[in-house]
Design a protein around this ligand. Structure first.
Ligand SMILES: *Cc1c(COP(=O)(O)O)cnc(C)c1O
Length: 391
């Protein structure tokens, strides 16, 4: 992907720790001087994928690797998932498909969720990328190209079953069937997407499933592709032939606030760039919004909202050091956050020390909850300034 990223990756390969090293030793071998260290555990990623395949068998599991594999690096994540047995990859945009197609085996299929854009038809054929057809126009242009090439082109048919976002309207069902009978299209899956898959008790899940089954009955011999991560945990009725998990493979909780059965994949440590002691009454951060109620030991860490730690964490949430919770004080800045280190023994936190933002003491989902958002938004916002350590 970008030049900085691949340089960083080369650095990791040169420095990759011998197998007798503990993970703490491996961390110590990381290059100094970065604002933060984003560790991506490709082993955990693969185990999450395989756990998902066991969960949904005899259905198959695809992997959703859109938005640069939820911010974790599609150039590393997609090949790792391929090695773990994944052969169906979903991205959102055509250019994301172009980026991963050459780094996967020829037996992998790459699908574009956002569908076929006008002018993209021929590049799509040339690159061997499979569009999700979301409307009659897309269906017609793909079919027309198949006709002019004198061949059959693969596609996925997406129907909107109650989310009003992407997909053919159920009212188009007759027209879709008639169009397909004319030939030229090899429909690999009939697909839809759940709006509330992360909420097991939401009645909309059952309504969408019923609608999916009604549509599927019109395409009796075609396999179904329906469930995201949350949907994959709703029971076999939701699995179809192929599930499409994203967040669960990356270690996020498939069902919002329930116990998370997945292994964490991403952890984030951020460097301390300054420590100071302030008296009671000191104003802390932009706007002077936090006033010290007592003398405090503060530390400034080198990541802020430009690094995916949202401004909504201002005076909320915390980081950890030695397992001790250190609250965020004052407003989150673009490139830094001030934390209250008073709970640590004096002098324990020094320049260059790394505090845990995501890790054993604070899950991705817990951080997201403190920020008033979801794990997906945290992961996809982490940005490019951290050192990326692929393990
Ligand atoms: C993003 C997306 C997924 C993956 O969803 P998760 O909740 O991350 O598992 C699956 N299908 C579609 C259509 C998507 O847009």
């Amino acid at each position: 992907m970008d030049a900085t990223r691949s340089l960083q990756n080369d650095a990791v390969m040169v420095r990759s720790a011998p197998s007798h090293m503990s993970s703490a030793d491996a961390d110590a071998a990381l290059p100094a001087g970065y604002p933060g260290y984003l560790t991506i555990d490709l082993g955990a990623l693969s185990r999450n994928y395989q756990a998902m395949t066991r969960r949904v068998a005899p259905a198959m599991a695809a992997a959703v690797v859109k938005a640069d594999a939820y911010g974790l690096g599609a150039d590393r994540v997609a090949p790792a998932l391929y090695a773990a047995g994944c052969r169906h990859f979903f991205v959102a945009q055509f250019h994301e498909a172009l980026a991963i197609r050459p780094i996967l085996g020829v037996d992998a299929k790459v699908f574009v969720l956002n569908g076929l854009q006008p002018g993209n038809e021929e590049p799509c054929v040339q690159a061997g990328i499979i569009p999700v057809l979301n409307g009659m126009e897309q269906l017609a242009s793909w079919q027309a190209l198949a006709g002019s090439l004198g061949r059959t082109l693969p596609a996925v048919l997406q129907f909107d079953t109650g989310m009003s976002r992407l997909g053919l309207a159920p009212a188009d069902l007759d027209d879709v069937q008639k169009a397909i009978e004319k030939g030229g299209l090899d429909i690999l899956f009939v697909m839809s997407h759940l709006a509330c898959g992360d909420e097991p008790d939401n009645a909309q899940n059952g309504e969408q499933l019923a609608e999916m089954q009604r549509i599927a009955a019109c395409f009796a011999d075609l396999p179904l592709c329906f469930a995201n991560s949350g949907g994959s945990f709703l029971g076999a009725g939701y699995h179809g032939a192929l599930v499409r998990p994203g967040i669960a493979v990356y270690g996020g909780a498939p069902h919002g606030n329930a116990d998370n059965p997945m292994e964490p994949v991403a952890s984030l440590d951020v460097a301390v760039v300054q420590t100071r002691t302030v008296p009671a009454g000191a104003k802390i951060g932009y706007g002077g919004s936090h006033v010290a109620a007592r003398p405090m030991v503060l530390a400034t860490i080198a990541a802020g909202y430009a690094d995916g730690l949202p401004r909504t964490l201002s005076d909320r949430g915390a980081v950890y050091f030695d397992g001790v919770r250190l609250p965020i004080v004052g407003r989150v800045s673009m490139d830094s956050i001030i934390i209250d280190a008073s709970a640590l023994p004096q002098g324990r936190l020094t320049l260059g020390a790394r505090v845990e933002v995501i890790g054993p003491n604070q899950s991705l989902d817990a951080l997201a909850a403190d920020a008033g958002t979801i794990s997906y938004e945290i992961l996809t916002s982490l940005g490019s300034r951290y050192f990326r350590n692929y393990r």
